[in-house]
Design a protein around this ligand. Structure first.
Ligand code: BEZ
Length: 211
């Protein structure tokens, strides 16, 4: 059955470019981003993996580990990493899972045969500290993902997890947030000392609480 938001991210043991990893154990008690690539030595993937390496400090600031998957063996990944480092001016500094039998890709519904035969599409899972799936996005092979968007979503998810706020359309870090409907308007002043604006009884805005 396909995975859905709120499901527990399936655990697995995998060979990676950084040795054998037990997924849940490797995640520890932080957040995780798990993203798939159609194939080694492909152009769009090469740019994505380079960008992910450069953004690793941004993920770490948010207590997020990143891990990639491609349906080729570890030796191929290692050769490809040399190319990624050379062409993207980076050092790939996170594990890439080798999944030549496509077991993990199948478990995570990363193969969409009507879109791309026998390869994974570009799927991203964001997994919370409780190992539940908080976000999933799927792009076609021909479109590189927007990693700034992944950081934006992580900021939003972490605000919701820690402060009972949601984030409105096109929200960016630093902008006002939405008080979640579960909070009664009379309880807002105690919970959100920075103040709030009641635009409608169901639309209450407050300054971003963690700044
Ligand atoms: C790429 O990464 O560039 C790619 C991979 C598979 C199909 C199309 C593009």
């Amino acid at each position: 059955m396909a995975l859905r938001l709120g499901d527990t991210a399936p655990d697995f043991t995998a060979e990676t470019t950084e040795g054998t990893i037990k997924f849940h154990e490797w995640l520890g008690d932080g957040w995780g981003v798990f993203f798939s690539h159609p194939k080694d030595y492909t152009p769009v993937c090469t740019t994505e993996l380079g960008r992910a390496a450069k953004l690793k400090p941004e993920f770490e600031k948010r207590n997020v580990k990143i891990i990639a998957l491609s349906v080729d063996p570890v030796e191929d990944h290692k050769g490809w990493i040399n190319d990624i480092n050379e062409t993207q001016n980076c050092t790939v500094n996170y594990p890439i899972i080798a999944d030549p039998e496509k077991k993990i890709a199948t478990m995570y519904d990363m193969i969409h045969p009507n879109a791309l035969d026998n390869m994974t599409v570009r799927t991203v899972y964001i997994i919370g500290p409780d190992k539940k799936i908080k976000l999933m996005i799927t792009y076609p092979a021909s479109t590189g993902r927007n990693f700034d968007e992944l950081l934006r979503v992580i900021d939003s998810l972490q605000l919701t997890a820690n402060y009972s706020v949601a984030t409105p359309v096109d929200w960016k870090n630093g902008e006002d947030c939405v008080v979640v409907p579960a909070i009664k308007t009379e309880d807002i002043p105690k919970k959100f000392p920075k103040g709030f604006k009641e635009v409608k009884p169901y639309l209450r805005m407050t300054p971003q609480p963690n700044l």
